[in-house]
Design a protein around this ligand. Sequence first.
Ligand code: PEP
Length: 247
Amino acid sequence: MRQRLVVGNWKMHGSRDSVHALLTDLVAAPAPGGVGVAVCPTYLHIHQALSLCAGSAVAVGAQDCSAQEEGAFTGEVAAAMLADAGCQWVIIGHSERRQYHAESDALVAAKLAAALGAGLQPILCVGETREQREAGDAQGVVAAQLKGALGELVSAPGLVVAYEPVWAIGTGLTATPGEAQSMHAFIRGELDGLAGLDGDTTRVLYGGSVKADNAGELFAQQDIDGALVGGASLKAADFQAIVNAAA
Ligand code: PEP
C-alpha cells in the first residue's frame, strides 16, 4: 500500500510574513489520515518553516541541493546541511532547474546521490516538453531521464518520482487523468530494476497545474499517489483542499 503524498513547491515565493501566515493556517488544518504532507520553501525560509511545522504532520523539504559535499562552491547548499537543518525532503531535477540552470541528467544523478547520501528523501522530477509529446517521444524522454538519474545507483531508499509534463507546469494546462495515468503506469515499469527499486511500491506523484478542482480526478487514477503542487500550494485553503482530495 503506497501512502499518498502531497508536496508544495513554493519556488521563489515568500516573505517572513507570508510564510508565517500560510504555515500557521496549514498546521492548524485538520490533517486527513493516510496522506503525507510537505512544503518546500526557499532555502532562506526553511528554518522558519521548520519551526512553524514542529510537532505537526507537515514535513519540510528543499527545492534543490548541491551535488558537492562541501567546499568552495559559492551560492550552493549541501544536502547534508539540509538534513542537519531538519529537512526530510529535497526536490531534484525540477524542469525549471533543467531549463534555466542547464541541469543535465548527469548532474541530476549526482545531486540524487548526494541527497540519498545525506539521508534525505529525494523527489525526482521527470517530464517531457510539449514538442517532445507532439513528436510522440514523451515516454522515451521520461525513460531516459529515469535511467540517467537512477542508472548508476545501487539503491534509492525513500525515493519518490514526480511526473511533471513541462507543458503543464504553471500554464493552467493539465494532463488529462488518462494521459497522466498512462505515463505513471509506464514509469512504474521503467523503475523496476533501476536502483533496486520496485515500481509497484515506489510513489509516483503528478505535477502540473494541480488545483482543488482537478485533484480528485487525478488522484482517482490507480497509479497516481499524490501531487507536487506549485502555484496552488501558496494559499493554505487551496493546498489543503488538494491534501483533502488525496485522503
Ligand atoms: C511545480 O512547480 O512543480 C508545479 C507543478 O507547478 P504548478 O502546480 O504551478 O504547475
